[in-house]
Design a protein around this ligand. Structure first.
Ligand code: 5GP
Length: 196
């Protein structure tokens, strides 16, 4: 019985996806605090760390050559060039590390990455799409974050508009117009997923 329970947990993957600036990362953090069965899957990226970001906690910050080598060695579950010249990928080793602890990996992915993993693991993958209330709010959030140049802000807004068109691919959608409400909704969805 316990083995059966463990096998069920082993196979699960939870993905939180959303256009940039929709408040997804804060919701991911909230869920991980709330559910000890969840563990954050640390992606690898070639983008530079932002102030306060920590190596091995927020991302593994690696250079382009190492990233390419990892692609070549098939070390990624999925990878994308999320922004021009900036690569992001989910190392397979993160899945084994987290499944090995008997926990469920939580992946914070762009929309294409989410669809990609969903296609590879249609039965085990559960995706929640977080939607920002409007493009204006999105712009405000990204500006408040203070980490964008005018060019990167524009690139992120264009990408967000594009990513919003993929919303129909996802069964579970949360509109993040009120953070506490969005967290409660996410908790309820995750609760059902973990019990399934
Ligand atoms: P940021 O640069 O703001 O941390 O992340 C930019 C985007 O890349 C976000 O939408 C984030 O969810 C996504 N992302 C982070 N890690 C990965 C990954 O491993 N694979 C994919 N496909 N997207 C990722």
């Amino acid at each position: 019985m316990q083995q059966e329970q463990e096998n069920k947990i082993y196979k699960k993957i939870l993905i939180i996806t959303a256009p940039s600036g929709s408040g997804k990362t804060s919701i991911v953090r909230h869920l991980i605090k709330k559910f000890p069965q969840l563990s954050f899957s640390v992606s690898s990226t070639t983008r530079k760390p932002r102030p306060k970001e920590k190596e091995g906690v927020d991302y593994h910050f690696i250079d382009g050559d190492i990233f390419k080598k990892m692609i070549h060695n098939k070390e990624f579950l999925e990878w994308e060039m999320v922004y021009e010249g900036k690569y992001y990928g989910t190392p397979k080793s993160e899945m084994s590390r987290i499944w090995g602890m008997g926990k469920v990996p939580v992946l914070d992915l762009d929309v294409k990455g989410a669809i990609h993993v969903q296609q590879q693991y249609p039965v085990n993958t559960f995706v929640i799409f977080i939607q920002a209330p409007s493009l204006e709010t999105l712009k405000e959030r990204l500006q408040n974050r203070g980490s964008e140049t005018p060019e990167s802000l524009e690139a992120r807004l264009n990408k967000s508009t594009y990513e919003m068109t993929f919303r129909k691919n996802f069964e579970h959608i949360i509109v993040n117009d009120d953070f506490d409400k969005a967290c409660k909704e996410a908790e309820s969805i995750v609760n059902t997923f973990l019990k399934s």
